[in-house]
Design a protein around this ligand. Structure first.
Ligand code: HEM
Length: 123
């Protein structure tokens, strides 16, 4: 397997995991189980997201996008920043319920757009 294939598989696996782990934490909060913050679920998403980002940046160089970034990649990076910010709001226990629900919806919309851009590479 080439380094491109290894990086892409790792990137895709951690991409699907980041969505699963985010949705799981939202679900636990929604059913009144905030105790996940005292379990390994508190840090496992951060380890996963670090691998996701390291493989993302590595892919940019391995594929050769670094010199001329396609539009879908720039849009992905912008949406990723939005996803992180909205995700922080969604999981913050001190915020009001409407603020957290807004954060959750915005995070899910943005991560769906990231997935679409990654797969369709429309521009
Ligand atoms: C939550 C964040 C992200 C998700 C869910 C995600 C998801 C994906 C997926 C599913 C693919 C495979 C697409 C295919 O079928 O070809 C992919 C590829 C890729 N992603 Fe991401 N990604 C994320 C963040 C990023 C970031 C921040 C960057 C850049 C810094 C990036 C750069 C790339 C590159 C370069 C490829 C390979 C494209 C190719 O093979 O030509 N990704 N991403």
């Amino acid at each position: 397997m080439t380094s491109y294939m290894i990086l892409k598989h790792l990137h895709m696996t951690t991409a699907y995991l980041t969505i699963t782990l985010f949705a799981l934490r939202l679900l636990l909060d929604a059913v009144g189980r905030p105790g996940w913050r005292q379990t390994p679920l508190r840090f496992i998403p951060h380890i996963n997201d670090t691998i996701l980002l390291v493989t993302a940046v590595s892919l940019v160089f391995v594929v050769g996008y670094a010199s001329a970034m396609p539009g879908w990649l720039v849009a992905k990076i912008v949406l990723l920043i939005g996803y992180i910010i909205a995700g922080v709001f969604a999981l913050k226990v001190t915020l009001s319920k409407p603020a957290r629900i807004t954060g959750a919806v915005l995070a899910l919309v943005q991560v769906s757009a990231i997935l679409h851009l990654a797969m369709a590479k429309p521009f």
